[in-house]
Design a protein around this ligand. Structure first.
Ligand code: FAD
Length: 427
């Protein structure tokens, strides 16, 4: 094992962890992508902190009793110990380097931490192409590039997979007869990219991207110098920011009609929003739901007339104009409540339904890139047919780009084009 790390078993735990002044334990598993993502960070940090803190690794499946005793139920899990007692955070999943550093600094104390930080030297690495974002678009671009023997580094602020990994079921991705669990589909995609040779730097912090010079700085100390960049950072639903929204997202509150409307056959739903996407999505939901209540802040819809007329012609649509949602509630398994406020009277009431759809727009993940990229009027990246942006050598793919339909298939299509086109420019 590289770095200053000791692989131990339950029998060594007392001596190697509890009896040490300071220790950190990494419970890992095999065939565990988040464990792989952690391994290089853990190893590098052991070189810096390893003389002061005992760095250990324990194979979780081989030490089940110890794991159970310590309430470790997932891999990876990092535990920090001082004088035989657990201290700091219990870290799991896509563990960020900065979270480990914060806990190690707390262990060693301020003075020592400063001294050790001085040991961290900036590193410059190289790649032919850096793909930013490991959703379907970025992973597909990676597959095409790696298959063309182009050294490709994929950088993601989270674990790879993008939205698909959090989607319950995907039933419209070609090639699968039965609906696929989103996390399995994204696992297949990321393992395919890895198997083809894409180098992953995931669960990292992206500090800065210099688009002109193709420099990507991550985790405060590493700069990756590339010849081409592909931006595939996706978008996120614009949140309403009201109580209950985060809590029930994916569990009664949905942001995607194409994905979830089918679960509301003969049920009642509430749709929040009144723009084009809200009305068009509501029209789609109307194929399934027996009743739709639309909550809209203005006294008229902003959507195109035709879509509005079609929707209002649908017998089972009720509209609460000049109302705003204030809180989401959940009763039992599939029974939701929306507290709405009448903007004219200030009166509050609650609308009950089986599910809530929020369509108040999406925000492309572009904050890190500054203001040199050409955007459309909604803030999405403009590209040509080969997915080139306005900056030479910078391509874009997937939901972050300007287009009408945002699905896994369209992201995969963009990633294909961006991967091939970027590769051609390197010939
Ligand atoms: C709730 C929901 C359910 C859906 N269900 C379906 C469905 O059933 N079928 C379907 O076809 N489509 C579905 N979609 C749409 C589909 O998921 C997206 O169209 C698709 O994931 C877009 O892929 P992408 O690669 O462009 O972006 P994403 O999947 O969003 O991936 C972007 C990646 O970029 C990373 N990232 C973000 N910022 C940075 C940064 N600064 N640096 C590096 N990395 C960054 C993110 O962590 C993420 O991994 C759904 C969407 C939602 C919101």
């Amino acid at each position: 094992m590289a770095g200053k790390i000791k692989e131990i078993n339950e029998a060594d735990f007392q001596k190697e962890v509890l009896d040490k002044k300071m220790a950190v334990v990494d419970f890992y598993s095999t065939e565990c992508p988040p464990c792989d993502a952690l391994a290089s960070k853990y190893e590098a940090l052991s070189e810096i902190y390893g003389d002061d803190v005992a760095f250990t690794k324990i194979f979780r499946q081989g030490n089940r009793e110890l794991a159970a005793k310590l309430d470790v139920s997932g891999s990876p899990t990092l535990l920090f110990y001082k004088d035989g007692e657990v201290t700091g955070d219990k870290l799991g999943g896509g563990i960020l380097r900065s979270d480990i550093v914060r806990n190690l600094d707390a262990l060693v104390g301020d003075g020592k931490a400063k001294e050790l930080h001085a040991k961290i030297k900036p590193v410059e690495t190289e790649a032919d192409v850096v793909v930013l974002g490991g959703g379907p678009a970025g992973l597909t671009a990676g597959v095409y590039l790696a298959q063309a023997h182009i050294h490709t580094v994929l950088v993601d602020t989270a674990l790879p997979g993008g939205y698909v990994s959090t989607t319950h079921q995907v039933s419209n991705y070609p090639g699968f007869i039965e609906p696929q669990q989103g996390f399995m589909l994204s696992h297949y995609m990321s393992e395919q990219a890895r198997a083809n040779g894409v180098e992953f730097k995931v669960a990292v912090e992206v500090d800065n991207v210099d688009l002109e010079n193709k420099l990507v700085k991550i985790d405060g100390f590493e700069t990756i110098k590339a010849k081409k960049l592909i931006i595939a950072t996706g978008s996120k639903p614009r949140p309403l920011g009201i109580p209950g929204e985060t809590e029930f997202a994916g569990n009664g509150v949905s942001y995607c009609a194409t994905c979830d409307a089918k679960y509301y056959q003969d049920k009642e739903v509430v749709v929040i929003g009144g723009g084009n996407s809200a009305i068009e999505e509501a029209l789609f939901i109307a194929r399934f739901a027996k009743k739709i209540t639309i909550v809209h802040q203005f006294d008229h819809f902003q959507a195109n007339k035709e879509a509005q007329e079609k929707l209002l012609a649908h017998g089972a649509v009720e509209v609460l104009f000049e109302h705003e949602p204030r809180e989401f509630k959940k009763y039992g398994n599939m029974d939701m409540g929306v507290v709405v406020e009448n903007l004219k009277t200030g009166e509050k009431s609650e609308v009950r339904s089986n599910g809530i759809f929020v369509f108040v727009g999406f925000i492309p993940n572009l904050e890190i890139f500054g203001d040199k990229l050409k955007l459309d009027q909604w803030g999405y990246l403009e590209t040509d047919v080969e997915m080139r942006t306005n900056i030479d050598g910078v391509f874009a793919a997937g939901d972050v780009t300007s287009k009408r339909y945002r699905q896994i298939t369209t992201a995969v299509s963009d990633g294909t084009i961006a991967g091939i086109a970027a590769g051609k420019e390197l010939e």
